[in-house]
Design a protein around this ligand. Structure first.
Ligand code: NDP
Length: 292
């Protein structure tokens, strides 16, 4: 078994970004990211903290905007409008999921697509589908693809099964892997909760990308010997021995499958750090484009 070290690969990505940030700073420009959090969901608070820390680490400008859960749709739309017009902000992200009275799609559509560093705006979704590199690709799939290429795992012609069809992970992941060239050219299958014979399907894969949001849902029976596993899942399960009262586990039962895998990402320390690194990458790209 070969561990795919997301922390190490993310640190390498950040190291390269520092050079691009230094060039921007020579021109008096600091890439700026605004992260908006509505409500007090503890997991979302942790994600926002990590994004803020990454900005600090890279010397980027970070504006963390925490709003009460009672914030109205209109108030949020007005804030987005201001951030769209703010020249110090190059990337805007509204942490998902917002409270249920907020229409997430309307918020996404209100973002300036040039500042949509999450890559969820319809224009960026279309650009990904059209292989137009000027758009923004969602950070988690971009991070997964980078993990594969950085680890020297060949995707060309590989049978890749993605379990999960969300707009955040599964669908953009499939589009990326279908692109021509490095990190693409795969034969892709997407499975979901209505898929029949999931075990046979995942067992046929050279690479399995698990994004179900179900702790330890995939076990040894789901994988063939020598498969590569990218585990996107982040699930909090109760753990009385931990000071937080919980621990994080993936969608794959790591202990049960690791010995059968050619390579596997751990949780935590696999896809998570890459998502943050790719957010920083998208923000630097947005800044370069907006100021060129
Ligand atoms: P969603 O809940 O939006 O999507 C889950 C997908 O999994 C759905 O398509 C669902 O099918 C499918 N699914 C659920 N149960 C099964 C099952 N038993 N068999 C097959 N398919 C199933 O989740 P996300 O895509 O947003 O996230 C997935 C996981 O990735 C979560 O654990 C999340 O926390 C994590 N995540 C991690 C990130 C990181 O940085 N590491 C970033 C983003 C997410 P259907 O469509 O039919 O309901």
């Amino acid at each position: 078994m070969n561990l795919i070290d997301g922390k190490k690969i993310a640190a390498e990505v950040e190291q390269k970004l520092l050079e691009r940030i230094a060039l921007l700073k020579q021109r008096g420009i600091t890439p700026g990211l605004a992260v908006v959090l509505v409500g007090e969901d503890p997991a979302s608070q942790a994600y926002v903290r990590n994004k803020d820390c990454a900005c600090q680490r890279l010397g980027m400008f970070s504006r963390k905007i925490e709003l009460p859960a009672s914030t109205s749709q209109n108030e949020l739309l007005q804030l987005i409008e201001k951030l769209n017009d703010n020249p110090l902000i190059h990337g805007i992200l509204v942490q998902s999921p917002p409270p249920s009275h907020i229409d997430e799609q309307a918020i996404t559509k209100a973002l300036d697509p040039r500042k949509d560093v999450d890559g969820f705006h319809p224009i960026n979704v279309a650009k990904l589908a059209m292989d137009d590199e000027s758009g923004f690709v969602p950070c988690t799939p971009l991070g997964c693809q980078h993990l594969l290429t950085a680890h020297g795992i060949e995707t060309r012609g590989a049978n890749i099964v993605i379990v999960g069809r969300s707009l955040i992970v599964g669908k953009p992941m499939a589009l990326l892997l279908l692109r021509k060239g490095l990190g693409g050219d795969a034969t892709v299958t997407i499975a979901h909760s209505r898929t029949r014979h999931l075990v046979e399907i995942t067992r046929s894969a050279d690479i399995v990308i698990a994004a179900l949001g179900r702790p330890h849902a995939l076990g040894a029976e789901n994988l063939r010997e020598g498969a590569v596993v990218i585990d996107v899942g982040i699930n909090r399960i109760p753990d009385t021995s931990s000071s937080t009262g919980y621990r994080l586990v993936g969608d794959v039962d790591f202990d049960a499958v690791a010995h059968r895998c050619a390579a596997i990402t751990p949780v935590p320390g696999g896809v998570g750090p890459m998502t943050i690194a790719m957010l920083m990458h998208n923000c630097v790209k947005a800044c370069e484009r907006l100021t060129s």
